[in-house]
Design a protein around this ligand. Sequence first.
Ligand code: FAD
Length: 414
Amino acid sequence: MAVKVLRGNCIGCGACVQTCPYDALTLVDGIVEVDPEKCTECGACVAVCPTQALTLEDRKSQNTVERGIERIKEVKGPTQGEAGEYKGVWVFIEHQEGEGAPVSWELLGAGRQLANALEVELCGIILGQGVEKIAQEGVFYGADKVYLVESPVLAQYRSEPYAETIASLVQKYKPEIFLLGATTLGRDLSGRVATLLSTGLTADCTQLSIEKDSRLLLQTRPAFGGNIMATIVCKNYRPQMATVRPRVMPMPQRDPERKGEIIQEKSLVTENEVKTKVVELIREGGSAVYLDKADIIVAGGRGVGSKENFAYLQELADVLGGTLGASRAAVEAGWLPVAHQVGQTGTTVRPKVYFAIGISGAIQHLVGMQTSDVIVAINKDPEAPIFKVATYGIVGDLFTIVPKLTEAFRQKIA
Ligand code: FAD
């Protein structure tokens, strides 16, 4: 058997079962069991087990992980046509209430680099009604051309007409790369477009680059519960599609002098073909949390100890005009709502200052905040991994340090 289960250590939490990419694990009477037919020794389960109940008998983890990545890379299928027919980089320009989504401009910045490396055009594509101004913004942020499709059918976002219109334009113009934001809308749309075009899609990429000789898009993203970074390529399908979360790529400079072409296109989808109707738009109640837009985030983890203790962090956030963030441990403990969670399964943030207070710095947390401009870590454990990414590290008890910091900032700001 590839993976050995130490039954005495297994607490039946199911983390390994959820993580296994090959469905090789099941819980039987609260203890994990491994299907040797399905197990590939990739080691993903071993990495996430919180109680060391799983081990690889012959732990050549490097080889098996590499094999896992190779397997992802080698997924093949029928080609849709010659890859050479496809040229150019496209970015979907998302918008809401008359404004372009910042992630679209970030993607135009990333797309520019890819287009330069391939020596091809960078194009935006925008759907809606009365959105020409936003299309023009796309040019200011780096697009050579923007395809603009305006129609009453596209006035509000709906999956079917958006996906069908985009898929038909992709078939017409044949871009080799198509990028979308990993927002709620982008995640819905990208999967549908990829399915209509029978192409591959890599979600939540954190890095994009071009392999020089093959001209393939290298799509890097966390895999196996965030324990490794996998680089995925789409060899046989076009376009190569990827989504990227907001704030992962830097915001490019807006140049209002930049010139580009706006190309009007038509949607062939008619209203009576669309099954869904937008009846009413209801705004989310309560005070919304915009972690991805915050310049200062004061985040707390399990070390904060209780919901009530978050008052210390709230006070610091109030003095600095910051927003509260949390690790998944703090959210799962019910101390803050999930909208505050930073990390792989929460929000990716890139503030000017990120305070990590009583947070150990697990990889799944780090992938969501490590590109912050300045990171201040407060932890009583000098070996905590958070100190590896911190700009400033303070070793000590947060209940002593946070009130002192709050007071010092209050006096400085007053
Ligand atoms: P701990 O790891 O328990 O760390 C608490 C820290 O507080 C310790 O370093 C301790 O030294 C310090 N401390 C304790 N008391 C004090 C004190 N008085 N003063 C100062 N320091 C103190 N996690 C996320 O955060 N975001 C995610 O999106 C996320 N997604 C995940 C996805 C998957 C698939 C998996 C498997 C896990 C994910 N996790 C995520 C969980 C992650 O692995 C960690 O379990 C989690 O981040 C730990 O949270 P923590 O640092 O608050 O807690």
